[in-house]
Design a protein around this ligand. Structure first.
Ligand SMILES: [Zn+2]
Length: 321
């Protein structure tokens, strides 16, 4: 099951305790999934279309609770894709579409007759309460939302018919300190959120608490994987540095041995050079432990650097690189 569907299934099991929230959630769903066919005198038949069966049931029940209307239900199967099913709830003018829209504070800004038009008007007074704004966002997500699988990426979006609808959603999100962006995609407007933290906040607002926990678990695991990778990368880099240094030291010591032998070196450096040749894989600390008296890491480093310098000097005076 996709993460989107997990979230939507959870939301469809939530109950709106207050009537105010029920109508706010329904208003969002009707605006996004609804279309009106104007039949004159300002009357319109209303159709609400969704592919999610649980959501269709929820909208049906909400319309019934909100104003006692029982919508007609049409189930349409796609001819090409057999599994593709659309649920259409129809509320004709005679069933009381006008009453429903009034109750929802949503209306039609129709310019002509016999046109299919989106539901643009929204009564802002209905969304003054905190609880109702949350419910509105829940309805908007159920109707036009999707969220990426958090294992892959953090992206949540709600698709609307018009820029105004997208902007309304974005403004409501702002009241929860969430900054959404809007893009145009194939004639629709998409309000979207990025970043795990914002998506966690959004799921919290709309009441998808189990999905939120699931997302948080993924975030924690991802964070752990990243820090393990960082440590491994860091260790690999250090190891490479140590190996490169050892290769250079051994080359220099061999060069000195070949060109002038160790006889001219002070005892401390000769001893160091011999040890390095014998144990090219040993760390500075390990080399120090082999000396008598034991020498610390920085002491060993100091002696090896001196050997490097002498070799460089020898190469210079011999005009070799
Ligand atoms: Zn409310």
């Amino acid at each position: 099951m996709s993460f989107s569907l997990t979230v939507k299934n959870e939301l469809c099991r939530l109950e709106n305790k207050d009537n105010c929230c029920l109508t706010s959630e329904l208003a969002a769903a009707v605006r996004i999934n609804g279309a009106a066919v104007v039949i004159g005198n300002g009357d319109a038949n209303l159709r609400i279309t969704t592919e999610n069966a649980a959501f269709a049931r929820r909208v049906y029940t909400q319309i019934k609770k909100c104003c006692g209307i029982l919508p007609e239900v049409i189930i349409r199967k796609s001819k090409r894709l057999k599994k593709h099913v659309s649920y259409i709830l129809v509320i004709t003018s005679s069933l009381g579409s006008g009453r429903l829209l009034d109750n929802l504070g949503t209306g039609i800004e129709a310019t002509g007759t016999e046109v299919s038009t989106e539901l643009v008007f929204l009564n802002k007074n209905k969304l003054k309460k905190h609880c109702c704004r949350k419910a509105f966002l829940r309805g908007a997500f159920l109707a036009g939302g999707s969220v990426s699988d958090p294992e892959k990426t953090y992206h949540l979006e709600i698709t609307s018919h018009s820029y105004k609808q997208a902007q309304d959603i974005s403004r409501i999100l702002e009241t929860f300190k969430l900054n959404a962006r809007i893009i145009r995609r194939k004639g629709s407007y998409v309000t979207y959120l990025k970043e795990g933290e914002n998506i966690v906040d959004f799921l919290n607002i709309i009441g998808a608490h189990s999905a939120l926990m699931e997302l948080e678990n993924v975030r924690i695991l991802k964070g752990m994987r990243n820090s393990v990778n960082r440590i491994v990368n860091c260790e690999t880099a250090n190891l490479e540095k140590t190996v490169n240094a050892s290769v250079r030291q051994v080359e220099n010591i061999k060069y000195l041995m070949e060109k002038k032998g160790f006889s001219g070196l002070p005892d401390s450096l000769r001893e160091m050079a011999e040890l390095r040749l014998a144990y090219s894989d040993a760390s500075l600390m390990e080399l120090g432990q082999m000396l008598n008296p034991v020498l610390g890491k920085s002491g060993v480093n100091h002696r090896l650097r001196k050997l490097d310098k002498i070799a460089e000097y020898e190469r210079e005076i011999r005009g070799e690189d």
